[in-house]
Design a binder for this molecule. Structure first.
Ligand code: SF4
Length: 689
């Protein structure tokens, strides 16, 4: 039997490991780490690629809902339906009645620009993505503080701060390097309400109440500035607003923060001294800080810590992400930003991400005549990932036409009018910039291993074909994705052919450091902005600050009397990425079911035993999961599993109205809740509309 090996980049999380994908008789049979690629320590997800590709539950044909049931149709009919719908929509309601939403399977790779190009050609301002609640609040805060995206670069760090990021579950390769640092005598500070694997080997585990991180960061600034542990020369030359910041943080003592965070003041002081005295020291964080009402100000505080201690853009500190400047087509007309959802409410988010803030979708759809008529979801499952599932279900039901393109039948796909079969990464060519996904300036091509299964289309093909059908073929003139990628790569002097010849990738830039020495930063003043005049101009606090989550919640005091526990959802597990991969048997074996993690005393107070089914209730709804009682979980807090369907969907509990005032990001990591034994009477579980 002939075995072919395709060189691919794993799409199953943002790291992008190199894969050797083995093909026999037109079927993917296994995947291993690609020897030529610098990141090749693959995890169980990557090793299960063949099970994803050939899973029997895949959507293999276009399906149209007729009288409540799906019937198979051909692509020609599907294209006719979409062309007629979009042409009529543009002529009657205007192009902004179309909302396009893309997910990580598209959004993490460079062909993610294609749906955005289509939206600009069609004329809608309402392109959106998971960027409405993941990573781009960080980018907004970083852009306005230090001018670019920042990434913890741990190699050579004397001290690592893992802030709300559980590396063994999300980036195992980085977890391994943190463990090596600790073994070699380096220090580790873990900020997490759970005693995680890394917290157990940390010098300091700052076990704080979720939603209070900004208070902790401000207290660390208080100590570092008060005890003069900052880099005077750096502050003098490369920052603006230091005197204002120094005066501002005097009030945020460790004792003040201790009252809010529940972390002992002495521990805060010692951890701040450890970070402030270590050179280089790196702070690593991802989406957790964004998911509460202090998200932007917390990230500004973290960037301020990095900058004033001289840990900005140095190896072993926190470094800027490189990413390639690819080519984009020219568009014949400007989109109308006044029609973009969230542009008026969150102008800095709209500007940074150049997208609609989809968290406002529910309230838009509750208007008498909703502005959005057609929604196309590609590689995304809003019913699993967006806040307040019950409200979202009603909002999606008010859309005239819902189109979903995906690999499997997600909860969102089941609600759709038209469902389109999507090819997996093994069936399509992709361009992967590790600057974006892995913080190194390395460009790779993920090659196609097999022909599309069934009638699946690669994601890009939908947009190329729709553009042609709607008269925009001239601006999207490519016959296949390789022509398009050559167009994208032109400014780098690279081509698809060159990338095919170098499966381990081509370095498109040298790793740089201390880029603030080379010229102005990409902030309004060209310096690190500890004080942001742009924030002040928009009516936001120009200095990092702390908002009490209860005070920002409508009827907050009453709500927390009724729902006295703090809940959070969104924590990663190694087996899955968001709502994906639960169909794959060996991954399901690793994490077979959703759980609510709860401390021993808290469980005792509610009469809950380990392994018992419980109902978790919030003002938004209720879920049922098994209780996992553990001394590793902070008391008064519950961690609710994320990404599951039906009555175990953690986003039933989250609010879409309790938002960061600058980014619009929902407070997914802080919501009031309570727990009941399932045997106790309680309100009926509502997972439906
Ligand atoms: S770590 Fe991420 S990119 Fe690497 S094999 Fe696992 S899922 Fe794929």
């Amino acid at each position: 039997m002939m075995t072919k090996v395709a060189k691919m980049i794993c799409p199953m999380c943002s790291i992008g490991c190199g894969l050797d994908v083995f093909v026999e008789d037109g079927r993917v049979v296994k995947a291993e780490g690609m020897p030529e690629h610098p990141i090749n320590q693959i995890c169980p997800k990557g090793a299960s690629l063949h099970k994803l590709v050939h899973h029997s539950d895949r959507i293999l044909k276009p399906m149209r809902k007729v009288n409540g049931s799906f019937k198979e149709i051909g692509w020609r009919e599907a294209m006719d339906v979409m062309r007629d719908n979009l042409a009529t929509l543009r002529a009657t309601s205007g192009p902004d009645g179309l909302m396009v939403v893309i997910g990580d399977a598209v959004g993490l790779r460079e062909t993610r620009h294609i749906p955005a190009w289509f939206c600009k050609l069609y004329g809608t301002a309402n392109m959106s993505s998971t960027g409405s609640f993941c990573h781009y609040a960080n980018k907004l805060a970083m852009n306005y503080t230090i001018g670019n995206y920042l990434w913890g670069n741990f190699r050579g760090a004397k001290c690592v701060v893992a802030w709300g990021k559980n590396y063994p579950a999300s980036v195992p390769i980085t977890a391994a390097s943190i463990k090596r640092i600790v073994k070699g005598g380096g220090n580790l500070i873990v900020v997490d309400p759970r005693k995680t694997e890394l917290a157990k080997i940390a010098t300091f585990h700052l076990q704080l109440l979720p939603g209070t991180d900004a208070a902790l960061a401000l207290a660390m600034l208080n100590v570092i500035i008060g005890e003069k542990l900052f880099e005077h020369d750096f502050v003098e030359k490369y920052t603006t607003g230091f005197p204002a910041l120094a005066a501002h943080v005097v009030q945020f003592t460790p004792e003040w923060a201790s009252e809010i965070t529940r972390v002992p003041a002495d521990q805060i002081r010692q951890a701040a001294r450890l970070y402030g005295n270590s050179r280089p020291a790196a702070i690593g964080f991802a989406a957790t800080p964004e998911h509460n009402v202090n998200g932007i100000q917390l990230v500004r505080a973290l960037c301020s810590l990095v900058a004033i201690t001289g840990n900005l853009d140095v190896p072993g500190g926190s470094t800027y992400l490189d990413h390639a400047h690819l080519q984009h087509p020219r568009f014949p007309h400007e989109i109308d930003l006044s029609k973009r959802i969230g542009h008026a409410e969150y102008p800095l988010f709209s500007e940074t991400k150049d997208e609609a803030q989809i968290v406002l979708f529910n309230q838009v759809m509750e208007q008498e005549s909703p502005a959005i008529k057609t929604v196309i979801c590609q590689a995304t499952n809003p019913m699993g990932t967006q806040p307040n599932t019950n409200r979202l279900r009603k909002a999606l039901a008010r859309v005239d036409t819902l189109i979903v393109m995906d690999v499997f039948w997600s909860e969102t796909a089941k609600m759709a009018d038209l469902v389109l079969p999507a090819a997996t990464i093994a069936e399509r060519v992709e361009l992967c910039d590790h600057g974006y996904a892995g913080s190194v300036p390395l460009m790779c091509l993920s090659n196609r291993a097999i022909d599309p299964v069934g009638e699946a289309w690669p994601d890009w093909k939908l947009w190329f074909e729709l553009a042609k059908e709607l008269g925009h073929g001239e601006q999207m003139p490519w016959n296949d994705i390789e022509e398009c990628i050559d167009f994208q790569l032109a400014p780098l002097g690279l081509s698809v052919q060159q990338l095919k010849e170098k499966p381990g990738g081509i370095w498109y830039a040298k790793r740089a450091e201390k880029r603030y020495q080379e010229g102005p930063l990409n902030t309004p003043s060209g310096k690190v902005e500890l004080y942001s005049q742009r924030f002040a101009d928009h009516g936001y606090s120009p200095l990092p600050t702390y908002l009490d989550p209860v005070a920002t919640l409508e009827n907050g005091e009453q709500v927390i009397r009724d729902y006295p526990l703090v809940g959070a959802t969104g924590a990663r597990v190694l087996a899955y990425l968001h709502s994906q991969y639960r169909q794959i048997d060996n991954l399901r074996h690793l994490t077979p079911e959703p759980v609510v993690e709860i401390g021993i005393a808290t469980a005792g107070a509610y009469g809950v035993s380990n392994g018992e089914l419980v109902r978790v209730e919030s003002p938004q709804g209720a879920v049922v999961m098994k209780a996992q009682v553990s001394g590793d979980v902070m008391e008064g807090f519950v961690q609710v599993s994320y990404g599951w369907e039906g009555e175990a969907n953690g986003n039933i509990l989250t609010s879409d109205t309790h938002r960061d005032p600058i980014s619009g990001y929902p407070s997914l990591r802080w919501f009031p809740c309570r727990v009941r034994k399932l045997s106790e009477p309680g309100p009926a579980i509502r997972t439906g509309g």
